[in-house]
Design a protein around this ligand. Structure first.
Ligand code: ADP
Length: 377
């Protein structure tokens, strides 16, 4: 069996490890000549994953195809599926999730909780809706396609903000009052068996809206944990997805859970499962693609996950300053993605700290932020 993955970034690199462990032939295609996977995978094709012909040619080499990023050519995947190649997640699901407008419509149709929203083609239509009172400030504006890491999302608080609004093909959403942002990962196989990981929680800087780290398991009561897992399972079932589904949710001050968005692939919010769960999200994805039984998702340890970002003022060949100091801390797992050059805020890797409890993990986190930097010499 040959498993092909569209995309060869860090998520691909982390899929490679369990495939290698199980001696499964896994191959990748990415337009980067030197991406995180290129140096380790035995089969690596340089090609454009958004191009119909490139995806068709790569697909012809594989029995099973999957993705590690949503921005792929779905027409080619549909044609390959039609010709008998197994494609997980199914191409129609990738296509739906690529578009935040269709995604929100889907939750509404299925009765799954999400914030109220409206679809717009243009800013002229938006202004008309504001004038006739259908939309009120403040609200959230999101590009329907190609947004990531918060790019493509903004809060419009007053009329003057409209000058910076995205001009076309966007949605607006009610601004939700958020107590916590929670992530839950599910993995559903072709037989309909499904596993669900414990919810994790994103911790943001109090003033600047910057993600500091992620805590696993989330600091929420048992009843909310159960509801979050149930909602995640219902969402995976509603899609009928085969493979991983990461569900980002908001928990409101009154205890309500709402789906923000989902990702049909391995997700950052599941990096910690490599060291803090019985079977990682990556291994479960590989097992699903290889039609092997799912592994247990149980949490084995508390974890704190932080991104390793390029330091401000440094662009060029990468140097990890202080790596020797932080590697001596028990429970610190450093994952470097193999990107040869750094630039400010570029995601160069992540650190997953495992330990007894959040207090101990946050102490280590402080030490790391004080002693470790990604610079260029
Ligand atoms: P991306 O796909 O770029 O990650 P998201 O849709 O996850 O974008 O939005 C990025 C962030 O914006 C969320 O993590 C959350 O903090 C905030 N956000 C998004 N939608 C809303 C909303 N309806 N109400 C309040 N905050 C929101």
């Amino acid at each position: 069996m040959k498993i092909g993955i569209l995309g060869g970034g860090q998520l691909g690199k982390m899929l490679y490890a369990p495939a290698n462990k199980l001696d499964i032939d896994i191959r990748f295609m990415d337009s980067m000549t030197e991406g995180p996977v290129s140096r380790i995978a035995t089969h690596y094709t340089v090609g454009d994953i958004t191009d119909y012909d490139n995806v068709m040619a790569f697909g012809a080499e594989c029995n099973v195809l999957s993705i590690e990023i949503e921005k792929v050519n779905c027409e080619a995947l549909k044609e390959l599926e039609h010709q008998g190649t197994i494609v997980y997640p199914q191409p129609h699901i990738i296509e739906l999730i690529q578009d935040k407008g269709l995604q929100k419509d889907f939750y509404k149709q299925k009765g799954l909780p999400t914030s109220d929203f409206k679809l717009f083609d243009s800013i002229v239509e938006l202004k008309a809706s504001i004038e006739n009172g259908a939309i009120q400030y403040p609200f959230v504006q999101k590009m329907r396609k190609d947004g990531y890491d918060g790019r493509g999302v903004q809060i419009i608080r007053r009329e003057s903000d409209l000058t910076q609004a995205f001009p076309s093909n966007f949605i607006t959403e009610d601004l939700v009052s958020i107590d916590k942002e929670i992530g839950v990962i599910t993995c559903r196989d072709a037989k309909g068996e499904v596993v669900v990981y414990d919810p994790v929680e994103m911790v943001f800087h109090a003033d600047a809206n910057i993600l500091l780290y992620q805590l696993g398991p989330a600091d929420i009561d048992e009843e909310t944990v159960a509801r979050a897992k149930e909602l995640a399972l219902m969402t995976a079932e509603a899609y009928g997805i085969v493979g991983l589904l990461a569900i980002e949710m908001f928990l409101t001050p009154s205890g309500e859970l709402m789906i923000n968005e989902v990702a049909p692939r391995p997700h950052n919010s599941g990096h910690h499962t490599i060291e803090a769960a019985l079977c990682s999200q990556y291994e479960n994805q590989v097992r699903t693609l290889a039609q092997l039984p799912l592994g247990a998702p149980d949490t084995t340890s508390a974890s704190l996950l932080m991104n390793i970002l390029g330091a401000e003022g440094h662009t060029g060949p990468v140097f990890y300053e202080g790596l020797d100091k932080i590697l001596t801390i028990p429970g610190v797992n450093v994952h470097l993605y193999g990107k040869t050059t750094t630039k400010p805020f570029r995601k160069m890797g992540h650190i997953n700290i495992v330990g007894r409890d959040a207090k101990e993990l946050i102490k280590h986190y402080q030490f790391i932020t004080d002693n470790f930097r990604v610079i260029s010499k």
